[in-house]
Design a binder for this molecule. Structure first.
Ligand code: AMP
Length: 586
């Protein structure tokens, strides 16, 4: 292995990175740095995951190639998110601690453009930018890339995923032909390849680790539960890992908010980050997460991009992404900088195929585990508490003063009883909660887990309960409701929960993800000439309705849940009860 000096890094930069703890180059640095420092350096395509040291791989040589006698912008680094863009600029600044006169500026959307324009006018040898803002500044003629020497595209696959293809093409067509281009990407989908082919010449391709592989030191675990038990499973996983510091990935903003709210309500240090938050709000949440005041960050994929935290212990896939490629990005958020990490999937029982596709993609086995039982969780928590107690520093001077009084008060307890009492102060919370809780791994025994859920009120996990102004008097059957859900939303594959038809109205549960779609479409429709009214029901099911449900379940072959599928919708389409879609008023 060569040293940083041997691959050409100068003394001042060496001093700065030594202070940062960089002893030897990481593989991506060993490969990329010499390419950037040689006169006839080729374009480079580097397949590298986050956490492999790629910022320094391009940052160190870029710094070294800055000509401070020239005020013009010489190198530009383009990355997908504000967080990453700022991180890159900060990292490069820290490498240049002992270099005089080098100006590095970050420009990104969602912040004052005037302020950024002023910074650029003061001089910007290296610009770290997000695509949209960079293009804006080029169009305003604040940034001129016609004399640029190097363009770095960082997390190229993420940029394309986020829809920046056109912006990137516009930016790149504004750069000189003889520049050097570096493209870093964790994966190499066709879109990225197309950009590389179009804008790069004779590129050398480096692969750091396996192509499209998950990070080496990440282990993958899958817990299979009913969709409605996802949240309960999440809680158990978190409780089973008392030192967890991780990101919980959700599919939608709504789900993100919902899961974070529940976690906070249940006393976890959690918060959400998603697209609806303003930049200052995001900054506050991220600040708390960085300082570990929040240990669980519930996030959408887009919002989590560019989060650069190296010591996450876990990534939890609360719901798998639609594009399995994204799983690689999610799991790559843990196991960084030589640390080990765990990527957890909470899957429902129908996602087996997805899991094996992911296994093929990451080239690793995903271990199937049973959701920890209440008793197992209690044991882990108890031992963790004892461990913490053992390691707690005791300020003897403060306590000594009160010791005689304490001793006197506790003298009637023997050692074991004393330990039990102290431990119970903290531990009762867990043992109370987990006493008599269900085994989430048994698909048929769903009653207890429902009871757990119900004890918090509301509908089943992941489902929204609706009130519908049609009932038995309208000759409404469960099949009609399933058909309405399918036909009105136009989605065939919606999970439908319990259906409870009363005389003049009904209740039914539908996968919360489709909540808004349902409200929107139902409330514009009619049923046999009668206007449909659908509302979210905040009422927990009554005892009577619960028993009527179980009766119905039995008459349905004891299936706890309806799955709206083609057959059922065909039934409803064939029936005369088909609702009509009302025309939207213009
Ligand atoms: P990156 O992939 O650029 O996000 O880097 C991941 C982490 O590795 C960052 O915290 C860097 O500070 C750290 N790092 C980068 N290069 C080295 C090195 N040669 N030795 C030790 N740590 C490094």
């Amino acid at each position: 292995m060569k040293s940083f000096a041997e691959i050409g890094i100068e003394k001042n930069i060496l001093t700065a990175i030594k202070e940062l703890g960089f002893e030897n180059p990481m593989p991506v640095q060993e490969k990329v740095i010499p390419q950037l420092l040689s006169d006839e350096g080729n374009d480079v395509v580097a397949l590298a995951q986050t956490g492999t040291g790629k910022t320094a791989a391009f940052g160190l040589p870029l710094l070294q190639r800055v000509d401070t006698t020239n005020k013009k912008t010489q190198h530009v680094v383009i990355s997908p998110t504000r967080e990453l863009c700022v991180q890159i600029a900060d990292d490069i600044k820290s490498y240049s601690k002992y270099e005089k006169g080098i100006k590095v500026v970050a420009v990104f959307g969602g912040a004052s453009i005037e302020h950024q324009i002023k910074s650029i006018k003061r001089g910007a040898h290296i610009i770290s930018a997000t695509p949209g803002r960079l293009l804006d500044l080029i169009n305003r003629r604040v940034i001129d890339l016609r004399h640029i020497q190097t363009v770095v595209l960082d997390e190229a696959d993420e940029m394309l995923n986020m829809g920046f293809r056109e912006d990137l093409e516009n930016i790149l067509s504004d750069t000189p032909k003889e520049k050097q281009t570096l493209l870093f990407s964790a994966t190499m989908p066709r879109e990225v390849k197309r950009i590389a082919d179009k804008f790069m010449t004779n590129a050398i391709e480096f692969t750091i680790g396996k192509k499209n592989a998950g990070a080496e030191n990440v282990s993958h675990i899958c817990y299979s539960v009913h969709a409605r038990d996802r949240y309960l499973a999440l809680k158990r996983i978190v409780d089973f890992n008392p030192d967890i510091y991780g990101i919980v990935f959700c599919r939608t903003r709504l789900e993100t908010q919902d899961v974070a709210a529940k976690l906070m309500n249940d006393g976890y240090n959690a918060d959400a980050i998603h697209g609806d938050l303003s930049q200052p709000q995001r900054d506050v949440v991220m600040g708390k997460f960085r300082t570990k005041h929040i240990t669980l960050l519930v996030a959408t994929d887009v919002a989590a991009r560019g989060i650069d935290i190296n010591d996450l212990t876990h990534v939890i896939n609360y719901n798998l992404p639609d594009e399995l490629e994204i799983y690689t990005h999610r799991s790559g958020r843990t196991g960084r900088a030589g640390k080990s990490g765990t990527s957890i999937i909470i899957s429902n029982l129908k996602e087996k195929r997805k899991i094996s596709t992911i296994e093929k993609k990451i080239g690793k086995k995903i271990e199937n585990k049973s959701v920890p039982l209440g008793k197992e969780i209690c044991r882990v928590q108890l031992l963790h508490m004892i461990d913490r107690m053992e390691k707690t520093n005791v300020d003897a001077t403060e306590i000594d003063e009160f010791l005689p009084e304490i001793n006197k008060k506790l003298e009637w307890l023997d050692r074991d009883e004393l330990i039990k009492k102290f431990v119970s102060v903290e531990f009762n919370r867990f043992s109370d909660y987990y006493r008599n809780t269900a085994d989430l791994n048994k698909p048929t025994d769903d009653r207890k887990s429902r009871r757990e859920e119900r004890s918090r009120g509301g509908s089943n996990e992941g489902f929204t309960r609706f009130f519908l102004n049609l009932g038995a008097m309208d000759k409404l059957s469960p099949v009609d409701i399933i058909g309405m859900v399918n036909d009105l939303t136009g989605v065939r594959d919606i999970q439908i929960g319990e259906i409870d038809i009363k005389k003049t109205f009904s209740f039914f549960e539908v996968d919360s993800e489709f909540k808004d779609q349902l409200l929107d479409t139902f409330n514009q429709a009619e049923h046999k000439g009668r206007k449909i009214n659908l509302e979210i029901s905040d009422k927990a099911p009554t005892k009577r309705s619960r028993s009527s449900r179980s009766d119905r379940r039995r008459s349905n072959g004891d299936k706890p849940r309806f799955k709206s599928g083609r057959n059922s919708s065909r039934n409803s389409r064939g029936s005369s009860n088909k609702p009509e879609r009302k025309r939207r008023r213009k």
